[in-house]
Design a protein around this ligand. Structure first.
Ligand SMILES: C[S@@+](CC[C@H](N)C(=O)[O-])C[C@H]1O[C@@H](n2cnc3c(N)ncnc32)[C@H](O)[C@@H]1O
Length: 232
């Protein structure tokens, strides 16, 4: 029953993201072999047939909350943001924010004294997200290059990687680069479909991080927190 529920709510937007990633980030996917593909573990849901078309230049950029109830049911945005344990005044990086599925809730969580920097490499996603957050003074939308996080050193209490790590050409290298952007107590939160957890954890360990906490009650996604490992 639980398995059926988990399979049934996996949304086509998520599958499109992953499908695109399999093409655009083919090097990474190929090098990590078939278990990398969540498609193998996530059969087509009936909702897929009714999914709306999206512009080609938005493929792989995620969704927007409130557009599709099944997708929101899968991602559980309120529960997800609560699980991040964000406090007012914190500085958050939403890396690979896409169309900003979590960006506005992150901005609400940090409040007017906090700040959210939402990054992406996709021009159309950036353009749309900028329009969406225009009235929010605590959000900056930032275009970045694929292999450079584009984040200031020592500045972020939390860096969120939501359904983005499969795009990185080299996860270990990217995670290694991210470390400089963390504050001394800073954390990296990573979430993705459960099938995508093993390569992320392996890369995080290779990049010198420890999994310090994990949330297991989201329908389809894992959520874990990384901190730089203590040096011997
Ligand atoms: C599947 S979407 C996820 C969007 C959003 N984070 C979410 O959870 O719905 C992945 C996004 O990551 C972006 N992306 C891919 N590689 C990136 C990189 N190296 N740096 C920043 N963003 C990247 C893509 O353009 C896309 O918008």
């Amino acid at each position: 029953m639980a398995l059926f529920r988990a399979q049934a709510v996996v949304h086509p937007l998520t599958r499109w993201c992953l499908c695109l990633a399999m093409v655009t980030a083919a090097g990474a996917c190929r090098s990590e072999g078939k278990p990398e593909s969540p498609r193998a573990e996530a059969p087509r849901a009936p909702a897929e047939a009714a999914a709306p078309e999206e512009p080609a230049d938005l493929h792989g950029t995620g969704g927007v909350e409130g557009v599709d109830a099944a997708y929101d049911q899968s991602r559980q945005p309120a529960r997800f943001i609560a699980a991040l344990g964000i406090g007012p005044g914190q500085r958050i990086a939403d890396v690979g924010a896409g169309q900003g599925y979590f960006t506005q809730r992150l901005a609400d969580a940090v409040g007017p004294t906090g700040r959210v920097v939402a990054t992406d490499i996709n021009d159309e996603a950036i353009r749309r997200l900028r329009v969406r957050v225009l009235a929010r003074r605590n959000v900056e939308v930032r275009k970045v290059e694929p292999d450079a996080p584009g984040l200031e050193a020592g500045a972020y209490d939390l860096i969120l990687l939501s359904e983005v790590d499969h795009f990185f050409s080299d996860r270990v290298d990217y995670l290694t680069r991210l470390r400089a952007a963390l504050t001394p107590q800073g954390r990296i939160a990573v979430t993705h479909l459960r099938a995508m957890r093993p390569p992320l954890v392996a890369a995080a360990q290779a990049a010198g991080y420890t999994v310090v906490a994990e949330v297991n009650d989201l329908p389809d996604h894992y959520l874990l927190f990384l901190r730089p490992s203590a040096r011997p």
